[in-house]
Ligand binder design. Sequence first.
Ligand code: LIP
Length: 279
Amino acid sequence: MNPEQLLDCERVAIQVAIGAGAMMRTARQAGRLEISTKDFSKDLVTETDKQVERSVFDRIRQHFPNHRFIGEESRFEGIGGEKGLTSEPTWIIDPIDGTMNFVHNNPHTCVSIALAVGGQPVVGVVYGPFLDKLYTARSGAGARCNGQPISARKNCRQLSDALVIAEPGIFKDPDDRRRDLANINAIVWKSHGLRCNGSAALQLCCLAEGSADALWHWGIHVWDYAAGGLILTEAGGVVLDTQGGPVDWCRRRVIGASSLELGQELSATLVEHLEFERD
Ligand code: LIP
């Protein structure tokens, strides 16, 4: 895609994200979220998640009818059911990232919209309607929040100087729970401390704006981290695999960091590694 095409895709994604945020606000004000669970008791979905995803798909498809679509609620139906990312232009949508927060009237929830070409995100938009924060990025054009350039804290190169984001209590499997608590215990005493806000997309944007310095995540899906991952790298940060190598957008694991040195130290400090079926 040429720069003009990328700009057009970002413009559409921003318009659609703002519309999705309005749907989230309306649903919360109405106070009827129609909540159900998916894989286990903490894996929530609301009718608003489904309605927002349908709206985002329909509105983007009006502009780009030949593109492919992946969404949290429709999974891979939008691309014929097969998992994974191909080289074709593919929109990757999390209609409400941080659904648990959305249900609890917590503001750390957002719509996440990414466009991937050649298997890599090239446009990312994360909109937190209750935070009034619109994070945007295009490949090679930097990252912004509400139109203003943002930058990761690139001079934070060691764990002992870093504020780290973790997210305890998200696993169904008791062994995964024990193993990630071991990681939390290992990191908390070697860093400036841990923070958690419950939305992977917004957590990656925190690193991009320099309000935190590193994170690790297992079990999330491509729609949770594709847009936020591009926003972070365009802000000068890095996204890595938890083993320290290049990120795999479908491997369901990621390290984000303000610098490569910090990301690699975080990877080396994790004492347990979890595995999840690929997207
Ligand atoms: C959520 C992520 C969160 C993760 C949760 C869940 P959802 O996405 O943003 O960081 O820990 O398990 O995957 O399901 O709210 O879109």
